[in-house]
Design a binder for this molecule. Structure first.
Ligand code: PDD
Length: 284
């Protein structure tokens, strides 16, 4: 049985409980991070703590734990659960109060939960096979840049993809792709430029996205940060997604149309390897 972290203590998962009045449960008034674990260590932890700090700021949440304390908690959980490969999930909510739309007074205790999940990250079948995706309208709220636990539309969109025999969906707003349901969306043009949507309130600033862009630049590959349509993506040379739980997965079809020959792209595979090498080099 796993140990989980709940409000300052490590407890058995079946003994961890939170109030029915928790604002995370009541209002999805919470934020989260998912950090990959390889070889029992954390991937790009600094990028996750920086984004967590940003989410906390945007939501006016004051977490009384600094980056060093968060790292210590993550490490202890990995150690207690003997996790070698998978992820650590962390969630912070605005705590417990009888249902009330207004925030509780500043300084009220937050709810902090962390748990581990074992998962094959490096040797994933989707990395070899590639993903079939569909396009769906982006019906999320206007602050998709904040990593909130309000993920209902992501669930609905993934279910719709599955019902159509696909693996996932890319979301389209005003005619332009924003991102995947739980990942950032990239294409590679026929003249070799790696392209992803510029950051705004419409999409999550992915940690994998950020690290990969640095790698693309370091390796003198062409990079363009701009909007593109689903049609451009379907007619691109290659397409792929990035996230902490997948790293990089090729996209091999979009709305039933094969991307190029329908096989994982060569540059995509190279970028996946570059990212994995980077991840292994920055483990903490
Ligand atoms: N999802 N966009 C969305 C909407 C996401 O939910 C995620 C991550 C990403 C990629 O971010 P990163 O590279 O930092 O993981 C982009 C996580 C993995 C999840 O919800 O499980």
């Amino acid at each position: 049985m796993r140990s989980v972290y709940l409000n300052g203590a490590f407890v058995a998962e079946n003994e961890a409980s939170i109030s029915i009045f928790d604002r995370g449960f009541m209002f999805a008034d919470g934020i989260y991070e998912v950090t990959a674990v390889l070889q029992g260590k954390l991937v790009d932890f600094d990028l996750h703590t920086a984004r967590l700090a940003r989410s906390l700021r945007e939501m006016s949440l004051e977490l009384p734990l600094d980056a060093a304390q968060l790292l210590a908690i993550h490490r202890e959980l990995i150690e207690r659960n003997q996790l070698t490969e998978g992820l650590v999930y962390m969630q912070v909510t605005r705590g417990v109060e009888d249902r009330n739309f207004f925030y509780p007074p500043a300084g009220s205790p937050l709810t902090v939960v962390l748990y581990t999940q074992a998962k094959t990250v490096l040797d994933s079948p989707l990395a070899k096979r590639g993903m079939n995706i569909i396009g769906l309208p982006d019906l999320r709220w206007g602050r998709s840049d904040i990593k909130t636990t309000q993920l209902l539309y992501a669930c609905m969109a993934k279910e719709q993809a599955r019902a159509q025999g696909a693996d996932d969906a890319w979301l389209v707003k005003d005619g332009w792709v924003t991102e995947g349901t739980s990942n950032n969306a990239f294409i590679i043009t026929r003249d070799g430029a790696v392209v992803t949507r510029e950051l705004s309130r419409a999409l999550l600033p992915g940690t994998t996205r950020a690290a990969l862009i640095e790698l693309v630049k370091e390796h003198d590959l062409r990079f363009e940060e701009r909007a593109y349509t689903l049609e451009e993506a379907a007619n691109a040379a290659e397409a792929f997604i990035t996230s902490s739980t997948s790293f990089i997965y090729p996209v091999v079809s979009i709305d039933g149309q094969l991307v190029a020959d329908g096989k994982p792209g060569k540059l995509t595979q190279r970028l996946r390897q570059l990212y994995i090498d980077h991840a292994l080099a920055v483990l903490v």
